[in-house]
Design a protein around this ligand. Structure first.
Ligand SMILES: [Ca+2]
Ligand SMILES: [Ca+2]
Length: 227
């Protein structure tokens, strides 16, 4: 909708886009201009040009409402950008990784809660799938570096085998040779089943190795997003 200003050059019309462009140019977001009646001039702070001042005065909708919308949009955009930047703790090949303990004060979760934590980071985020010896070495390095006792992965038992959330074939690259019963993993030792895969840091004097663990135990998690 456009409004002509009586007595003003005919090129001047109500224009929120003009308002926006003028808003950014003087770099003085506050105070915001106030809305004038059609045909009158609104109050515009110093630094706003005359054409914008007249144009604003012509707009029938509330500039205040519009400016609030703009501020909300700006805040959402800033938050989204900040979140996007903060979520990724490490990039490696085609994968990005997020270490939960760096973001939640060291909170721990059962396996389901940990993997839900990853999903809430955004599209594509899941519990880590350890698909190669190189990726497993990376996980071991991270566990060592942060001196963690253990972390959850995205791996879980399905039938007689295990699966990764990435869909890649599960290869037991680093199952421990021992555990609570001094038997090789996976041993499904705990009553009720050990249906979730964790990486433990020398818990059984076995180095940084994979164990099947009952899913109700609480740990941090490494999340992964792959192309
Ligand atoms: Ca992976
Ligand atoms: Ca076990």
């Amino acid at each position: 909708m456009q409004y002509q200003l009586t007595g003003a050059p005919s090129t001047l019309v109500c224009s929120h886009s003009l308002y926006r462009s003028t808003y950014t140019r003087p770099r003085i977001p506050f105070p915001m201009p106030t809305q004038g009646q059609p045909g009158s001039l609104g109050k515009v702070p110093r630094g706003w040009d005359e054409q914008s001042r007249i144009s604003l005065a012509l707009c029938p909708t509330s500039v205040t409402t519009f400016s609030i919308r703009m501020k909300v949009l700006l805040l959402v955009t800033v938050a989204a950008v900040a979140l996007g930047d903060d979520v990724v703790d490490f990039e490696r090949g085609d994968s990005e990784y997020h270490f939960s303990w760096l973001h939640d004060g060291g909170q721990t979760y059962d396996w389901q809660g940990a993997n839900s934590y990853c999903s809430r980071l955004g599209r594509g985020w899941k519990g880590i799938s350890i698909e190669s010896r190189e990726e497993d070495a990376f996980v071991s390095d991270i566990i060592d570096e942060y001196d963690l006792p253990w972390v959850w992965t995205g791996g879980q038992r399905r039938g007689r085998d295990f699966v990764w959330p990435s869909g890649a074939r599960f290869v037991g690259l680093n199952w421990s040779h021992t555990g609570g019963k001094k038997q090789p993993q996976p041993d499904n030792r705990e009553e009720g089943g050990e249906n979730c895969v964790a990486v433990l840091n020398d818990y059984y004097d076995d180095g940084v190795r994979w164990h099947d663990i009952a899913c109700h135990h609480e740990k941090s998690i490494i999340c992964e997003r792959s192309d």
